[in-house]
Design a protein around this ligand. Sequence first.
Ligand SMILES: C[S@@+](CC[C@H](N)C(=O)[O-])C[C@H]1O[C@@H](n2cnc3c(N)ncnc32)[C@H](O)[C@@H]1O
Length: 132
Amino acid sequence: MQADVERIRERLEGVLIEHRDFGQVLAQFDGADSCFFLDPPYVETTGYAVPFGMDDHERLRDLLRTVKGKWLLSYGDHPWVRDNYKPWRVHEVTGMSFVSAKANTPMPHLLITNYRLTKAQLAAAPREVVPA
Ligand SMILES: C[S@@+](CC[C@H](N)C(=O)[O-])C[C@H]1O[C@@H](n2cnc3c(N)ncnc32)[C@H](O)[C@@H]1O
């Protein structure tokens, strides 16, 4: 237990944890050298602590158009996501999420990037379904 706490302490050294709207975080930290991992609420899925409507999904999509750095976005597989993220690289991956683990059923996910994954990264997991 003590060793676990120590490992976590070391891993979190220098880490800044923000609890703010994604728009504020993207605006503050975006730059040519930034790299964002985004895991928003899934489309048409409720049960998160705060509401996240289609207006928020659209706001996120519009903001990602403007981001200068790299980003990797994780979403549940949904027609709206496939349709709206066509301009970027969309990869299919099946795995357990917090939501699907409750039902003990792997759930198809999409990993979307605004940059090309390396051959090794592609071999390790997802299949690119919508090459940009
Ligand atoms: C799919 S969950 C991601 C869970 C997290 N990645 C994890 O592994 O625990 C979506 C998360 O987005 C958060 N969220 C909701 N509205 C948000 C907003 N406007 N800005 C940033 N995060 C938001 C939710 O509170 C929730 O924790």
